[in-house]
Design a protein around this ligand. Structure first.
Ligand code: ADP
Length: 326
């Protein structure tokens, strides 16, 4: 009996016990490896997230199990977006400051000159006052444009939709810009169909004004501008065509960006070109679930086409569903 129990203890239990211990150690080790495989990339993401608070945007390596890799991918994508957004915010502030600085310097200079009596005489003083008024006007327009954009961005700018006839709005804009058109001896070819849309008349007025103002501004003297309002399938269409310098393919991608100007040195038209007109037009059209496009070739004029939904349906010229994001 005793010998059997000793045999059982010595010959069977000991090796079994040993094997159990070894198995336990191995499984702990494997468990530790797996845990490390998961936690190490997570620690890296956590550390990178901590660095964001300090203004440091570092991407994390894509490693570990699939779910963690996905998390790291999303994290890197988020970092990229935050960086882009910060950069455009910085650019925006720099642009705004620059646009304010020029008129302010001029106002200050002329006011100082009047105050120091460096400018005397009725005629000279009147001229200086005229410049000050002009620059103030420019600042006023700039502030209004920026406020409008900010409200459109925040969605706090109420789009007050009523049934409006776009062709009447277009006539109205033409009438208001008549002097600019006459000054450059431009010929307006218009095709204005009655087009009743549920839209914010004042905002549509602003879009047509911005497009026509550009067409006038960039057209050579004596050339022709086409203005058309009509319906195509489910879209109301506003088309402004000029025979100006045109816009290169590369610039076409950027002209709807805030403050983008192909040629910063060229000013004219209503005398308030800062590169916000098309950005505003685009925001207004997006708020109407519409679309705005440009077709142009360098040296061969430009055509801007606005598409607005009729009966709440949004379609593009080719009948495709719209994509107005961005
Ligand atoms: P701006 O106040 O400078 O006209 P916009 O936002 O209206 O600003 O236009 C942005 C830029 O797009 C302009 O500076 C100009 O370079 C280009 N652009 C706009 N419309 C036209 C056009 N009809 N012909 C040629 N270039 C144009």
């Amino acid at each position: 009996d005793i010998s059997i129990s000793v045999l059982f203890q010595d010959e069977l239990m000991k090796p079994l016990f040993r094997a159990g211990i070894i198995a336990l150690i191995i499984s702990f080790f494997i468990g530790w490896l797996i845990a490390r495989w998961i936690t190490r990339p997570l620690e890296k993401i956590s550390a990178a997230a901590g660095q964001i608070a300090g203004g440091d945007y570092v991407a994390v390596p894509i490693e570990g199990p699939e779910e963690v890799r996905q998390l790291a991918g999303s994290f890197n994508e988020m970092i990229g977006k935050v960086e882009d957004s910060l950069q455009s915010q910085r650019d925006f502030v720099a642009n705004v400051s620059h646009e304010f600085k020029t008129p302010l310097t001029s106002i200050q200079g002329f006011a100082q000159a009047i105050s120091d009596e460096a400018i005397t005489g009725k005629k000279e003083t009147k001229k200086a006052a005229g410049i000050i008024l002009n620059e103030t006007d420019r600042l006023n327009h700039l502030v209004n444009d920026l406020l409008l954009l900010a409200r459109l961005d925040a969605g706090t700018m109420a789009i007050e939709k009523t049934d409006v006839d776009v062709s009447l709005i277009a006539e109205n804009v033409l009438e208001r810009l008549r002097f600019l058109i006459q000054n450059k001896k431009l010929k307006i070819t218009k095709h204005l169909d009655k087009l009743v849309l549920n839209a914010d008349g004042e905002k549509i007025n602003q879009v047509i004004t911005n497009l026509l103002d550009n067409a006038i501004k960039y057209s050579p003297e004596g050339s022709e501008i086409g203005l058309s309002v009509h319906q195509e399938e489910n879209s109301g269409v506003i088309e402004v065509k000029d025979s100006g310098p045109g816009i290169s393919k590369n610039d076409q991608k950027r002209i709807f960006e805030r403050f983008f100007q192909v040629d910063k040195s060229r000013k004219g038209g209503l005398g308030r070109g800062v590169g916000l007109g098309l950005a505003i037009a685009k925001q207004i059209i997006i708020a109407h679930d519409g679309d705005i496009q440009v077709t142009s070739q360098t040296g061969a004029g430009s055509t801007f086409v606005v598409l607005l939904p009729i009966h709440g349906k949004t379609t593009t010229k080719n009948g495709r569903k719209n994509n107005t994001s961005g």
